[in-house]
Each structure stands twice: as C-alpha cells, then as structure tokens.
Design a binder for this molecule. Sequence first.
Ligand code: VGL
Ligand code: ZN
Length: 204
Amino acid sequence: MKALLLIDIQNDFLPGGALAVPDGDAIIPLVNQLQPAFELVVATQDWHPADHKSFASNHPGKILFEQIDWQGLPQVLWPDHCVQETAGAAFASGVDWRRTEAIFRKGTDPQIDSYSGFYDNGHRKATGLAAYLKGRGVKEVYLAGLAADYCVSYSAMDSLAEGFATFLIEDATRAISMEGLEEARKAIREKGGQFVRSHNILAG
Ligand code: VGL
Ligand code: ZN
C-alpha cells in the first residue's frame, strides 16, 4: 500500500505568501497528476497560533531568519505564517483536495515548532500520522509539497525512522535554501530514503 503525503501546500508557502518558497507553485500541476497513482492521499497543514515562538515577531529584539536557541532546541525565526484560520494557512486552491482522506495539523503548540508531519521538532509529541498510516496498511510513503529543506525533509526522516519505505518526489517539491536541501538530501539517503521523479511514478 502506497500513500502520497502532501506536505504544507498552503498559500503562505506559495509566491506572494508570507513565507514564499521560490517557484513553489510549480509543483501544483504535478501534485494533481500524481494523485491517481496512489491508493491513499494524506495532507499536513502548518497551523500556528498567532503567539507561536517560531515567529520573529514574538521575540522582540530578534531579527527575521536569525537562529536562536528556544527551550533547548535550535529555532529559525520565521515571518508570521500559516496562522490558524487565516487565508495564508488555507490549502492552495489549485490543488485537487477531493481525494485527501485525512489532514494532520502541526505547529499548534506555541512553544515548539513542528517541521515534520509526524512529530514536533523535539520528538515529544506525535501527530498520529504514523499510527494512521500503519492502521491503513501503508508500507511506502511518497512525499511532495513545501518546503523541501524543512517540512518535507523532516517528514521524510521521521517516515524512515517509523519504518516506511520512503520516497521523496524531487520535482514535486521546492526548497527555501539550496544548501539546506543538499544537507537534508544526504541525511535522507544515509537512512535509506530514495529520490524519485514524477515520471518514474506516472510511467507505472
Ligand atoms: C515550514 C518553515 C516554517 C515548511 C513550516 O512547511 O517547510 N517551514 N514552517
Ligand atoms: Zn511553520
């Protein structure tokens, strides 16, 4: 059983959004083409309260994109993004969401960030995604979405740790930083993750 995970394809990560991923909208047609090749489609949604500690605005005196230590974890200070119930947090309208059977929200605890769709960054609390996928009989997890070097890569690492065969669909993701992506790519490969392109999947 193969599942397609659509990671954080939300307005704030698209061009014009609060934390726009360069060329992020280029993945949308691919995400739609890929869906019929999967028996299960699941999405994650970055869903922060306005007082979230990953926002630079909640750390007076700190600057955007600075990395700080917050409660024992490194934390990049992001622009306010994906605030619960705002238009920026909504799923991108160009994506066909009809086959998305479940949505796992993350980043809801104001004190800790959550890049992965499986766990917060301290691995303290599970979202329930791993248990859900196992309950559905999933063995293979394919990832698409935004951003490649943050939420997609962190989700891939946790997917591997949870024992799923894990495939990152390279042309169905875009990165915030190319250096960050290169590092993440190495770590994922070391753990046995694979990189594929959508034509490999669509060709059958
Ligand atoms: C993300 C930074 C902050 C992502 C979410 O979806 O990759 N990146 N929050
Ligand atoms: Zn976030």
